[in-house]
Write a protein that binds this ligand. Structure first.
Ligand SMILES: [Mg+2]
Length: 322
């Protein structure tokens, strides 16, 4: 007999993630009741992943559970917020128990790693799609914004952008398998939201955004919101050894700029705060790299060794004819 919605939620989602004392009523009632700290503001984000759009068909269920939460946690990281609670709306073609157990394991492991409790859920029958809402806290008035940058601010990115795009291309068979394949695939399947870095940047960064659509696109959004432009240096892009090994320098740069699905943080720092950044959040320990500067002139430019690079959105399709 197929699982009822009640049984499905009881079996796989009650107690998923961390136990928190501020959950007065969690999964299983009509609504969750949560205790909010008096000295914090609530940060909220929601994101939907649709099969065949945001992840390939037949992706591992554990990865789908992980990514659905990770993309939301990444949005809170970009605000400098600390996550507390999550709500899940799951649309499924059929309630297959093994799939559900793996999905809940992927979601639950990441939730526990960041102290997040799953406090509500809803399931519907239909084509596979996962919507998660995350709620978190930030000290009053201290949330990081996209719009706080100014001309002259240094631009940084965490991690090694481009890996996830190569991982997706490997998943989809658009890039031939190679020695580095497994590490790159994992960067797509199990992204790491940079929550600790986001909190550390609250007092240091002038603006911040998470990299979901591609570094160049998201850096441009930050610059536009800040009322300025951005200039990135191609030679400064932090490219991982697996990415370089898999596609070479020129494609690696293109994937780092245009690829997407990185869930790293792109942030800016005023010139007079650079020393504090270096001493309080050392790059060697926190894994970020300076890649450019905000400019008065609007728009986004990438400087190569011999001048500005022509960047077109067709970079997205680079593997199509490969
Ligand atoms: Mg975002």
């Amino acid at each position: 007999m197929p699982l009822s919605e009640f049984e499905l939620i009881e079996r796989y989602f009650r107690g998923c993630g961390s136990r928190r004392e501020d959950v007065i009523i969690g999964v299983g009632d009509d609504a969750a009741v949560l205790r909010c700290p008096a000295d914090a503001q609530l940060a909220a984000a929601v994101d939907t992943l649709v099969e065949g759009v945001h992840f390939p068909r037949d992706s591992p269920a554990q990865s789908i559970g992980h990514r659905a939460l990770a993309v939301n946690l990444s949005d809170l990281a970009a605000m400098g917020a600390r996550p507390s609670w999550a709500l899940l709306a799951l649309t499924l073609a059929e309630a297959e128990e093994r799939w559900l157990a793996e999905f809940a394991a992927g979601l639950g492991a990441l939730a526990r790693a960041h102290g997040v409790a799953l406090v509500g859920g809803d399931t519907t029958r239909g084509p596979l799609s996962v919507t998660i809402t995350v709620l978190g806290h930030v000290p009053p008035g201290r949330a990081l914004r996209r719009g706080g940058g100014a001309p002259g601010d240094a631009v940084f990115v965490s991690g090694t952008p481009g890996d996830a795009a190569a991982g997706l291309a490997l998943e989809q068979g658009r890039l031939p398998a190679c020695e580095q394949a497994e590490r790159l695939r994992r960067r797509f399947l199990f992204p790491t939201p940079r929550l600790a870095l986001g909190e550390r940047l609250r007092e240091l960064a002038s603006a911040c955004i998470d990299v979901s659509d591609g570094l160049l696109s998201d850096a441009s959004k930050l610059a536009r919101a800040s009322g300025c432009g951005v200039e990135l240096m191609a030679a400064a892009l932090p490219l991982s050894a697996p990415l370089l090994g898999a596609v070479g320098t020129s494609r690696a740069r293109e994937l780092a700029l245009l690829g997407g699905d990185d869930y790293e943080l792109c942030f800016t720092v005023r010139p007079n705060a650079l020393e504090r950044l270096t001493s309080e959040v050392p790059a060697a320990e926190w894994g970020y790299t300076r890649i450019g500067t905000l400019q008065e002139q609007p728009g986004a430019r990438v400087l190569g060794e011999h001048g500005p690079l022509e960047i077109s959105s067709s970079g997205y399709d680079h593997f199509a004819g490969a």
